[in-house]
Design a binder for this molecule. Structure first.
Ligand code: AMP
Ligand code: MG
Length: 408
């Protein structure tokens, strides 16, 4: 169903996410090769982590019941427990064992006192009062309990998850297969990098920013180059892309200019669900389907490409890749030190620089805000979000910011 009304970001996002479901298919990989991929099934802990109750400190293991409430308690040191080399005896009444971080807590002991809090008197240990039962002890299974889900299907595997899998002794995981994304730039004025510019031409930057964000997301790339503003050439490129990819990403040619054919061709070859967003920059952006492939027709302006990609396409691709739940996108209010003009109607995403002013975070505009000006995108570290109904921003007003999160 096509809607001709410009959609708000939230509406467009909902429409996209409702339409998309994860691609089918999976593969089993060694965990290092699974970085950034989405788990296909739950991972159940095969044993407790930690496997044994152990010490969180270098110090002495003892029985809390032995301690006097009102003064130092003398305990006899009867042995040593090292990480990987346990004390084999039992800690009896009024006894203690020297213990190192990570060593198994000896039988009989229930608490650990840090070595800097005790005094040694010959063979004896003097422990001051005020120690807590169970202190400095890591209980078996307190990190991950045997038989319980340690990671859920849909979890994206980042550095912490690789470590967690390794802590369970798991060396291979089953993950969703990689998403195949075909992308190309459109425009008669767009030149590839391997030749000098003719008058009126610009180098193709969009294919490089898209290469960057797609590579960071961890998808398979099918780079189809630059396509002329010619219906037959575009149709050929769209058909070729739809034949090999799960997703087609185009830039340019999606507006209402004389040479803008992407939307028209998509509705002829498949379906267009929306093509206009109530945002700035990035008003023209098409979403549709050709055959089995989803199409995101991004605007041509380089900044608009990055704004629409960040606001809508990232989460759409993550959902197709099997990611669930989708990551939270933190956004928070900070004072803005730049005045910003805002006309009512569209949600605007000026580029900003978040900076610390003493202990207060603030934001300023990042340079020239033209939708073709990539240098402002490069110097920025966040979007400033000005809502549809919002008015001009005066110096000192609070504004919402969305940090780039490393994706841009
Ligand atoms: P369009 O949406 O095709 O009208 O393009 C809007 C603006 O973005 C025009 O100024 C284009 O020259 C520019 N543009 C389109 N595609 C690219 C690209 N791949 N690299 C750099 N600029 C582009
Ligand atoms: Mg164009």
């Amino acid at each position: 169903m096509l809607t001709n009304k410009p959609l708000n970001v939230a509406q467009a996002r909902q429409m996209l996410l409702d339409a998309l479901s994860p691609v089918s298919g999976w593969e089993t990989l060694p965990i290092r090769g699974a970085l950034s991929r989405m788990l296909y099934r739950d991972i159940v802990a095969p044993f407790d982590v930690p496997a044994h109750t152990n010490s969180a400190m270098d110090g002495y293991a003892f029985r809390i019941a032995d301690l006097a409430a009102d003064g130092d308690t003398r305990l006899a040191v009867v042995g040593t427990a090292l990480a990987g080399n346990a004390f084999s005896g039992i800690v009896g009444a009024r006894q203690a064992v020297r213990i190192m971080t990570g060593a198994v807590l000896p039988q009989g002991a229930d608490s650990v006192v840090a070595q800097e809090h005790v005094r040694i008197d010959g063979d004896a240990l003097l422990v001051p009062p005020g120690q807590q039962a169970g202190q400095h002890v890591r209980q078996a299974g307190e990190d991950l309990a045997r038989g319980k889900p340690a990671l859920a299907a849909g979890q994206r595997l980042g550095p912490a998850e690789l470590g967690l899998l390794a802590s369970l002794g798991i060396g291979e995981v089953t993950v969703h297969r990689r998403l195949r994304v075909a992308f190309f730039s459109t425009g008669d004025e767009i030149a590839s990098l391997n030749r000098p510019l003719a008058p009126g031409e610009v180098y193709d930057s969009n294919r490089y920013t898209l290469f960057g964000v797609l590579t960071q997301l961890g998808v398979d790339l099918i780079d189809l180059g630059v396509v002329r503003d010619h219906p037959a050439a575009l149709e050929e490129a769209l058909r070729q892309a739809a034949g090999q990819a799960d997703v087609i990403l185009t830039s340019g040619g999606v507006s209402v200019g004389d040479a803008d054919y992407v939307r028209e061709l998509t509705s002829r070859l498949g379906d267009v669900m929306f093509w206009k967003l109530n945002i700035k920059p990035g008003r023209p952006m098409a979403f549709g389907r050709i055959g089995d492939a989803w199409l995101f027709g991004l605007p041509g302006n380089p900044v608009a490409v990055m704004v629409t990609f960040h606001q809508l396409v990232v989460d759409a691709l993550l959902k197709l890749m099997g990611c669930s739940p989708l990551p939270e996108r933190p956004s928070f209010k900070v004072p803005c030190v730049s005045a910003i003009e805002k006309s009512p109607g569209r949600r605007e995403f000026p580029r900003g620089v978040l900076f610390a002013d003493g202990d207060q975070w603030k934001v300023r505009l990042a340079g020239n805000q033209g939708s073709g000006v990539l240098s402002s995108m490069s110097s920025a570290n966040c979007f400033i979000v000005l809502p549809e109904t919002g008015k001009d921003i005066a110096v000192g007003d609070l504004v919402d910011v969305q940090p780039f999160n490393g994706l841009i």
